[in-house]
Write a protein that binds this ligand. Structure first.
Ligand SMILES: Cc1ncc(COP(=O)(O)O)c(/C=N/[C@@H]2CCCCNC2=O)c1O
Length: 439
């Protein structure tokens, strides 16, 4: 019909490149308010993903809109590489204040987690003269050439890892793929043979692995890894892009692990939905050379105005504490659901970074991706939006706005419960979800 063909969804299909899509439902968004997205046609959908992380303040946040509008009015000094601007400098000062670290440090601004990890990788190689890196199978550090090349997520098989990359297994306490000790033993073996530690510039790690399956590492593992790196002068880069800035109940997720990173990478939530990322690192690394990592609009006054509102809200609206409290209520409720649904194999996370691993109740094996996709599709129909992650595509990922309420947790649990029942009862067809089997 004419109405259908002129819909946002239909127009999107005619003009947006598929290489940039990761669509888990037909949801076409025309707005947002609070913790809800507004679908074309007016239906409100509870957002349990915060658009894959950035919308930690929810939608229609008055302070964010006012600050961005104000910055747009003048746009003076739009290019931080050419001129200082108040918002970028003030945001950098605040980032240095809230990020633990020793020695003199500097802040680089980018547009995305991908470009921030890309920059960190390049400048660490240049400044240390070391060209090897360590990261983890399942890790997602970005989708630009450099950040892809040090990632280990299955989505990265579209390109090749960088020469000399050492990918380690990320110990998964639920699947028990490798224990922490086995991974550390493998690392020691690599150091003694094919990966000389003095050639390694840095290890990139997610303090809680997100796209690889929402995996909370075994206690002490990352600290032991850091200690090994310190012995060999290998820098520790913590990628806080997805789980940082209050999401796990602490300002930085790495605080749960007792890490003291050399470099911290921020993205997603930092801009509250505007394109903004940051690398915080030692002066001797970050001042390596001028004109080394340039992007014309990086650190522009509009995106950094948003960043200032985000950090202010983090502090003044107690978002980390809310994430801890509401996240615990959510995980408690999901575990209770697990008593009625044998498909729920494991509920895990920290604060409002929550994962539900779906299994075949008889065998314990991961459910097929189509089943996961059906649950997400059905939940969308019932009024909640979220995504799936994991190397086997069987982990529901919940990273809602940090403003989520306990009442909304109750609503979410009702929708998830009903979606599970409907899918198990065969009410969603393979054909319906075929367009949404993304990775
Ligand atoms: C730990 C971590 N580090 C870096 C990135 C890359 O951030 P950008 O997608 O903003 O470039 C990400 C992005 N993660 C993906 C983005 C693609 C959609 C799927 N969901 C994500 O969270 C990330 O999770």
């Amino acid at each position: 019909s004419t109405a259908e063909s002129s819909s946002l969804r239909a127009r999107d299909a005619r003009v947006i490149a598929n290489i940039g899509r990761l669509r888990f439902s037909p949801l076409a968004v025309v707005g947002g308010v609070g913790n809800r997205l507004i679908e074309e046609g007016g239906r409100q959908v509870l957002d349990l993903s915060a658009s894959c992380g950035p919308a930690i303040l929810g939608y229609s946040h008055a302070g964010l809109a006012a600050a961005v509008a104000d910055a747009c009015k003048s746009m003076a000094g739009a290019s931080l590489l050419a001129y200082p601007n108040e918002n970028a400098v003030a945001l950098a000062e605040e980032l240095l204040r809230i990020t633990p670290g020793s020695g003199e440090r500097r802040v680089w601004f980018g547009h995305s987690g991908s470009d921030a990890n890309d920059c960190a990788m390049r400048v660490l190689q240049a400044a240390t003269g070391r060209s090897r890196f360590i990261s983890f199978i399942g890790s997602y550090h970005g989708n630009l050439s450099g950040s892809m090349s040090i990632s280990g997520h299955t989505a990265m098989t579209h390109s090749l890892p960088r020469a000399g990359l050492l990918l380690l297994p990320y110990p998964d306490p639920y699947r028990n793929n490798f224990t922490a000790d086995e991974v550390l033993k493998l690392l020691d073996y690599q150091f003694a043979t094919t990966c000389p530690p003095h050639q390694v510039a840095a290890v990139f790690l997610e303090p809680l692995m997100s796209d690889g399956g929402l995996i909370v590492p075994p206690p002490g593992f990352l600290k032991a890894l850091q200690d090994r790196c310190r012995k060999h002068g290998i820098r520790v880069v913590v990628d806080e892009v997805k789980v940082g800035l209050g999401r796990t109940g602490k300002i930085h997720c790495f605080e749960h692990e007792g890490l003291e990173p050399d470099v911290v990478v921020f993205g997603k939530a930092l801009g509250g939905g505007l394109p903004l990322s940051a690398v915080v690192g030692p002066k001797e690394i970050m001042d390596h050379a001028p004109a080394f990592a340039l992007q014309t609009t990086a650190g522009n006054p509009v995106a950094t105005a948003a960043g200032r509102v985000v950090l202010r809200a983090l502090k003044e609206e107690g978002l980390a504490a809310n994430a801890e409290r509401v996240g615990n209520a959510f995980m408690h409720g999901l575990r209770a659901l697990g008593k009625d649904h044998s498909i729920i194999g494991n509920v895990r996370g920290r604060g409002l970074a929550v994962g539900v691993e779906l299994i075949d109740g008889n065998t314990g094996e991961p459910v097929p991706v189509v089943t996961t996709a059906k649950i997400i599709y059905r939940a969308y129909q019932l009024g909640a939006a979220f995504v799936y992650v994991g190397l086997r595509g069987n982990v529901l990922e919940f990273t809602p706005p940090l403003t989520l309420t306990e009442a909304e947790v109750g609503e979410a649990l009702g929708i998830i419960d009903q979606a599970l029942r409907d899918v198990i009862a065969g009410r969603v067809s393979d054909a319906e979800v075929a367009p949404f089997m993304m990775w």
